[in-house]
Design a protein around this ligand. Structure first.
Ligand SMILES: *Cc1c(COP(=O)(O)O)cnc(C)c1O
Length: 246
């Protein structure tokens, strides 16, 4: 993923867009004096078919984000019959209803949108014993009332402590979707607040729990360079890779 040699063997439009996104990520890392490869790209494939995922996988992208459980599970099933795509890593990034936790726990590698303890407990209990713990991010409501999803910043520490007690989950950090259409300075401030919150969380936890918290998922097609400047380690990009969703 984003290995700098994507487009050479596959000149499709999708591979070229993916390559362009990877180049922009590398440039943003460099501009922020961050090591190359310190930002992981999640290609957000929601609403796009399995064929589009397979094309991105052929171009070297292996981590994908999905927001709708049933659509994602159907897509994973179709991709299993396209073995040339190789093993893929799946991130659930959408709102989680409690009656949808089981397929998330059974099919995904990561869940980025945990925003309440009830959901965390269900995911942990339903994670199959033969799978690695579900890599987990807490979704934070970083823009206040402008956003409906995510836990309030003041409640992050308590939720983190609860998740750390659940054997089926491994807490890796925080995720946020700042309100859309913020002026650039306010958008940047929102990303900075999430990074500061992550630092506060690590300081409040101790030892291995704090060390395991290494992921800051922020930045989408319209704003990922700003997010990288503010410390994102994971960006979730759909439109710039797959095109406009209809
Ligand atoms: C759809 C979505 C994205 C990707 O958004 P783009 O603007 O298409 O890059 C990222 N994160 C989440 C949580 C999403 O739902």
């Amino acid at each position: 993923m984003c290995n700098g040699k994507l487009a050479s063997s596959d000149p499709s439009a999708l591979a070229l867009r993916l390559d362009a996104v990877c180049t922009r990520i590398r440039m943003a890392e460099q501009a922020a004096s961050r090591p190359p490869g310190s930002v992981t790209l999640i290609a957000v494939s929601k609403t796009f078919p399995a064929e589009a995922v397979a094309a991105a996988a052929r171009a070297g992208q292996k981590a994908f984000g999905e927001s709708y459980v049933q659509e994602a599970v159907d897509k994973m099933g179709r991709l299993r019959s396209m073995p040339e795509s190789g093993p893929l890593q799946w991130h659930f990034i959408g709102p989680i209803q409690s009656n949808k936790t089981r397929p998330i726990a059974e099919h995904f590698d990561w869940v980025q949108s945990i925003d309440r303890i009830r959901i965390a407990r269900r995911l942990a209990a339903q994670r199959p014993a033969d799978r690695a713990p579900l890599q987990s991010l807490i979704e934070v409501n970083i823009s206040g009332e402008a956003s409906k999803s995510g836990v309030a910043p003041a409640d992050v520490l308590e939720l983190a402590r609860e998740i750390l007690r659940l054997p089926g989950l491994r807490l890796r950090g925080l995720m946020a979707i700042p309100a859309p259409d913020l002026p650039p300075a306010a958008q940047r401030a929102a990303f900075r607040r999430l990074r500061t919150l992550q630092e506060t969380l690590r300081a409040a936890l101790s030892g291995p729990s704090a060390a395991g918290i290494d992921t800051l998922s922020m930045g989408m097609s319209a704003d990922f360079e700003t997010a990288i400047a503010e410390g994102a380690t994971m960006v979730r990009i759909g439109t710039a890779i797959f095109g406009k969703r209809t």
